[in-house]
Ligand binder design. Structure first.
Ligand SMILES: N[C@@H](CCC(=O)N[C@@H](CS)C(=O)NCC(=O)O)C(=O)O
Length: 212
């Protein structure tokens, strides 16, 4: 299995899922600005949108979209218990949280704040979503360890996205349960390992960009 990723991007959630499941996947780094893989392949031939993550499976599928990839990985390696059983009520909740993270947090709140080329109005509009979106999460996470009854791929995705608050005006101090959750999850071995690997790759990429 090959994960096409970019350091510290949303694709890190799938790396975390692989580490949790003890899967020996291959990782191919993508320059999402140039749309090329580190091996020189035109990434648009793999994902026409040029976005990570993309997952090439051993049986010949290419899957895009975090919600689909994360559930595929969880179902492919059920012993790791990264998702509730298919068709259970908890599985519906997992799907709900994956969609919430992907649309309400990742796209609505964070994308404009991470894009240096986004107009000031777009950034302000995005930041207006902070109170309602993170407020909902705050109410849900107060007194809970994970998004669901137990750890799942939704937590891997959420901790990846919340990390972006460090480089945006999103202020987690206003949401103490969310802040504590993110700090707690970051000490989970698979998550700490994924962060260590991807921070090193991110810094390497930045150094290379500054030199060129
Ligand atoms: N809807 C996609 C969005 C993926 C996405 O936005 N990926 C970002 C990195 S976090 C990306 O590749 N951005 C580069 C681009 O949009 O050109 C998903 O949920 O997987």
């Amino acid at each position: 299995m090959i994960l096409y990723f970019s350091p510290l991007a949303c694709s890190m959630a799938t790396r975390i899922a692989f580490y949790e499941a003890g899967v020996d996947a291959a990782y191919v780094q993508v320059d999402t600005k140039k749309k090329r893989t580190e091996t020189g392949v035109d990434f648009l031939t793999i994902n026409p949108l040029g976005q990570v993550p993309a997952l090439a499976t051993d049986d010949g599928l290419t899957i895009t979209e975090n919600a689909a990839i994360l559930q595929y990985v969880a179902d492919r390696f059920p012993a790791a218990r990264l998702a509730p059983p298919p068709e259970s009520a908890e599985r519906v909740r997992l799907h709900q949280w994956l969609c919430f993270i992907g649309t309400e947090l990742h796209k609505s709140l964070f994308v404009a704040l991470l894009d240096a080329k986004a107009p000031a109005d777009a950034r302000a509009y995005a930041l207006e979503k902070e109170t309602s979106r993170l407020g909902l999460l705050e109410a849900h996470l107060a007194g809970r360890e994970f998004l669901l009854e137990r750890y799942s791929v939704a937590d891997a995705y959420l901790v990846t996205i919340l990390n972006w608050s460090a480089v945006t005006p999103v202020n987690l101090s206003r949401f103490p349960a969310v802040k504590a959750y993110a700090a707690r999850l970051r000490s989970r071995p698979a998550i700490a390992r994924a962060f260590a690997v991807e921070i090193a790759l991110y810094e390497k990429e930045r150094t290379r960009e500054l030199r060129t």
